[in-house]
Design a protein around this ligand. Structure first.
Ligand code: AMP
Ligand code: ZN
Length: 112
């Protein structure tokens, strides 16, 4: 299910522009609008939920599917030499978009 007032749902629905690098029936990967590394992609499930704690069996399968797809997507988008995955959870992590997403950071030797 998608939400009417979520920026990533709007990107999935094509109501907000994005630079897509990969899309299939379960997930979308697009460029972060404020990149924090030379390569900064966001992988989002085509299902609106905020936190890992809201996962059920279907969502867990989708996340597993996404993790299996990410290596090839990363390698094809400038991260053949390695990358970092980040999932911010809640306020203390600075989560600003409340649609679960995986940051893919790379394209350089990342500072910690
Ligand atoms: P987080 O802090 O983990 O919630 O990350 C949200 C990320 O979404 C940030 O890195 C933002 O730069 C990015 N972001 C917000 N709006 C957009 C947008 N319209 N297109 C692409 N990236 C976005
Ligand atoms: Zn959403």
């Amino acid at each position: 299910m998608l939400s009417d007032d979520c920026v990533f749902c709007k990107i999935i629905k094509g109501q907000i522009p994005s630079t897509k690098v990969y899309e299939d029936e379960k997930m979308l990967v697009f460029k972060d609008i404020e990149p924090k590394a030379n390569v900064h992609l966001l992988a989002v499930p085509k299902d609106h939920f905020k936190l890992l704690s809201q996962m059920d069996e279907i969502r867990a399968q989708t996340l597993s599917y996404m993790l299996a797809k990410i290596p090839q997507i990363a390698a094809q988008n400038g991260c053949a030499n390695g990358y970092r995955l980040v999932i911010n959870q809640g306020d203390d992590a600075g989560q600003t978009v409340f649609h679960l997403h995986i940051h893919i950071l790379g394209g350089e030797n990342l500072p910690w």
